[in-house]
Design a protein around this ligand. Structure first.
Ligand code: SF4
Length: 281
């Protein structure tokens, strides 16, 4: 069994938090560059140019892409042939968040007692940690800071099975429509179909880790992603919500079988500051 010291996890989480908040992924940059030619609104084109300038400035000055550096969402895939040594894994992840947000001068956005005192935890902990045990002897770490503006526009619907495919599409497009300018478009639309209440929400979030422009390996879901993207762009929300043809960067769907009486549909919206970085140790 391969031993991995949790101190390595701490170091990786700290580094990835800073990198994710500072360097926009090449897939998103590529999308924004190409979208300028497709956007029919002059104001929309101006916004896209500014988003690219912002990404370049963040990269060149080592400063965050956005003032909202988010809650620290962390996905861990731990190989079942790994023996974690050196302390608690969850504490190691929190320590990585603490160090990354402190050393990187990233805004601490976590408040305890969320329906009461709302006192800042001071170090952006706890991490929003999702851990899976997978085959192998490696540990994959993804850090995905999630801002409040886009997260607040997300939704889950426990739809009736009779609402079917069209009902699911209407729920997703309606969620994007109600969100309007609030989640800082252009946006990614992460969708979780089926499963249970919590699994649908997890899938919607996890789907956002996919590369922009990638094709869903399931042709049925790939076609559904294209249809949702087209119908969301037809809303005319546009860059920054100022009107235009480019509202959506991409749509990603993950799916599980559902209960015979249920049809959960979760929508997790992600702004253009689509931040996630990963490493395998
Ligand atoms: S939605 Fe995204 S880009 Fe907009 S303020 Fe929040 S983190 Fe920043």
């Amino acid at each position: 069994m391969r031993e991995v010291d949790v101190g390595q996890v701490t170091e990786a989480v700290a580094r990835l938090a800073i990198e994710a908040c500072t360097y926009l992924g090449e897939d998103v940059v590529d999308f924004l560059e190409k979208a300028i030619d497709r956007e029919r609104s002059e104001t929309g084109r101006d916004v896209l140019v500014q988003l690219l300038e912002n990404a370049n400035l963040a990269r060149d000055t080592n400063r965050p892409l956005c003032q909202d550096t988010g809650l620290a969402v962390v996905f861990l895939e731990v190989g079942q042939d790994v023996h974690l040594v050196g302390g608690s894994l969850e504490e190691a992840v929190d320590e990585g968040v603490r160090r990354g947000y402190t050393d990187g001068y990233l805004r601490k956005s976590a408040v305890a007692d969320p329906i009461g005192a709302r006192k800042n935890t001071g170090d952006n902990t706890p991490a929003m940690l999702h851990t899976r045990i997978v085959p192998g002897d490696k540990v994959k770490i993804i850090v995905a800071p999630k801002g409040g503006g886009a997260e607040n526009m997300s939704a889950i619907g426990m739809l009736k099975p009779a609402q079917g495919r069209e009902g699911a599409i209407e729920f997703i497009v309606d969620t994007v429509s109600k969100a309007g300018p609030n989640p800082c478009p252009p946006i990614l639309v992460g969708v979780g179909l089926g499963g249970t209440f919590e699994k649908a929400a997890y899938m919607a979030k996890h789907s956002l880790m996919r590369e922009v422009g990638s094709t869903n390996p399931d042709p049925r879901l790939a076609e559904l992603e294209d249809e949702i993207e087209r119908r969301c762009n037809d809303l005319g929300i546009g860059p920054a919500g100022l009107g235009g043809t480019v509202t959506v960067i991409d749509v990603f769907i993950e799916e599980l079988p559902a209960h015979i009486a249920s049809m959960p549909v979760a929508v997790n919206i992600q702004c253009h500051s689509a931040r996630h970085k990963e490493v395998v140790i």
